[in-house]
Design a binder for this molecule. Structure first.
Ligand code: ADP
Ligand code: MG
Length: 210
């Protein structure tokens, strides 16, 4: 099955629901190694994005992703707003002119978004950030795509790798973002952004290719 505008919108709306449901959990994680606002930020950003999509229905996939990007950048104060904003901006640009996305296009979309997060935040694997969920997810999706996986299989593999990556942030010492101010005291806690990144993939797997 291919992914069209309807499926894309269902993903974006699903993210609003998921971040609202996980608002407290994400904020608790951020209270251990940050400033206790990650759940608030994600919920606020995606609630605003859902309202924007409803108020100004996007004409195509790129427009939908870019409307989300602009809303996140505008409405989220923390580090995660510009980072996820860049993710959706680049993801949208990668979908220019597309009405339907096949598995390879979905991979291209995620690849562009994740590369954008890397360029914007200058974090590397092992720095205890959202990239520690996103980079393994991308690697797993590439592997799945190379072996001929469908979009559904690819996203399921990506979500599973993101979850493993998220859990692997627990023993890491943060080298980027607010948590890095804690130095060794950041060890032993799951990174909030890696957790929201896992939810991004998990929701995509559930909605884009059920
Ligand atoms: P803030 O840290 O400004 O309060 P949030 O709490 O919303 O913003 O987001 C924190 C998350 O952002 C962290 O858990 C981490 O995953 C992610 N993050 C912070 N800095 C970077 C960076 N340079 N690159 C990638 N992700 C980052
Ligand atoms: Mg925070």
């Amino acid at each position: 099955m291919s992914v069209g505008k309807q499926e894309l919108l269902a993903w974006l709306e699903g993210l609003q629901r998921v971040y609202s449901e996980n608002r407290q959990r994400l904020t608790e994680l951020d209270s251990a190694i940050g400033d206790a606002d990650h759940g608030i930020n994600m919920d606020r950003g995606f609630t605003a994005a859902k309202a924007e999509l409803a108020g100004n229905p996007p004409t195509d996939i790129r427009a939908a992703l870019q409307a989300v990007a602009a809303t996140l950048i505008r409405s989220v104060g923390g580090a995660s707003g510009p980072l996820y904003g860049t993710f959706f901006l680049r993801a949208g640009a990668a979908c220019a002119g597309r009405q339907e996305l096949g598995a390879a296009d979905v991979l291209t979309m995620f690849g562009a978004g994740i590369e954008g997060v890397q360029q914007r935040g200058k974090a590397a694997a092992g720095d205890k950030t959202m990239l520690d969920a996103l980079l393994p997810a991308l690697a797993a999706m590439e592997k799945s795509s190379e072996s001929g996986g469908t979009a559904a299989e690819m996203l399921a593999d990506g979500a599973a790798a993101a979850e493993t990556g998220m859990m692997a942030t627990v023993p890491m010492q943060a080298r980027k973002g607010r948590a890095s101010y804690l130095g060794p005291r950041s060890v032993g806690h799951q990174d909030p952004g890696a957790t929201s990144a896992w939810l991004l993939l998990k929701t995509a797997a559930g909605v884009l290719a059920p």
